[in-house]
Write a protein that binds this ligand. Structure first.
Ligand code: DHB
Ligand code: FE
Length: 281
């Protein structure tokens, strides 16, 4: 039986990918940020999963206003890094896990969540920056990755509550897969940031740290927070944080997770960076 042993949460700011790709990680501006992920890279080496189920959002790279799936599961054999305007990032292609992805699609759709099946898709910074932060700059990513894209870009977006319940359905799906696989689930995006309009540059440390506290200790309570509170408190792009509730919902119920690592840093570009590693106990 496959099982979820851990969840990882991290912001996915594109400038972090550029800093890595351009060799700037030791610059005074970036050094404190990358230092915060040193324990995470060691943890990844010590706890290599068989598959990563990676929840992220596409930023108008694979999808556009022409087609807006709320939840999309990548079932392809592989996914190439997207060209976001400066050419594709020089990172490994992403190897998928079509068998497990198809099984999850079957189970979760029969559990009443409408997923879009994607058999061809490029993956943007939302997915590749977290892999870079957790794995560094290898020739190949350490294991297959199932991309799971959530629409948090174009309204209407899914509620935190729906994301939380979807995470539970994903856990049930993974636990009903026959093969003995160690699966990690990642939630990405956030934390507080607003990229546009009069409030561009907004950061809210209090909101972010309360979110981290509650994601750990009271995720069901956090799941009840309406989307408009994220927008008001954490900025228009702060709504990306609802994706963390999918990963948290997939963790074991009724047992406190072990907090392996917690990190918070401001700023990266114009965004607050948050990061957690939780293990099932
Ligand atoms: C930026 C973009 C993102 O998708 C994000 O999550 C944070 C920051 C940016 O363009 O700076
Ligand atoms: Fe983003």
């Amino acid at each position: 039986m496959a099982r979820i042993t851990a969840s990882v949460y991290t912001s996915h700011v594109p400038a972090i990918g550029a800093a890595l790709d351009l060799g700037k990680t030791a610059d005074p501006y970036w050094q404190p940020l990358f230092k915060g992920y040193e324990p995470s890279k060691q943890w990844m080496r010590d706890n290599k999963p068989d598959v990563i189920f990676l929840v992220y959002n596409d930023h108008a790279s694979a999808f556009s206003l022409e087609m807006i799936p709320t939840f999309a599961i990548g079932c392809a054999e592989q996914f190439n890094p997207a060209d976001e305007g400066w050419g594709p990032r020089p990172v490994p292609k992403v190897i998928g896990h079509p068998q497990l992805a198809s099984h999850i699609a079957q189970s979760v759709i029969q559990d009443d969540f409408d997923l879009t099946i994607v058999n061809r898709m490029d993956v943007d910074h939302g997915l590749t920056v977290p892999l870079s932060l957790m794995c560094g700059q290898p020739d190949a990513w350490p294991c297959p990755v199932i991309p799971f894209a959530v629409n948090v870009v174009q309204y209407p977006v899914p509620s935190g509550r729906r994301c939380w319940l979807l995470g539970q359905a994903i856990r049930k799906a993974i636990e009903s897969y026959d093969e003995d696989l160690n699966v990690h689930i990642w939630g990405t995006g956030g934390m507080s940031h607003q990229l546009q309009g009069p409030r561009a540059g907004l950061i809210n440390r209090e909101f972010d740290n309360a979110f981290l506290d509650r994601l750990i200790a009271d995720p069901a309570g956090q799941a009840a927070v309406p989307h408009i509170d994220y927008v008001r408190e954490a900025g228009s792009e702060g709504i990306e944080l609802v994706m963390w509730l999918i990963a948290r919902g997939a963790m074991a119920e009724g047992r406190a997770p072990k907090v392996v690592h917690r990190f918070y840093h401001v700023p990266a570009s114009n965004t607050a960076v948050g990061h957690l590693i939780l293990e099932n106990t």
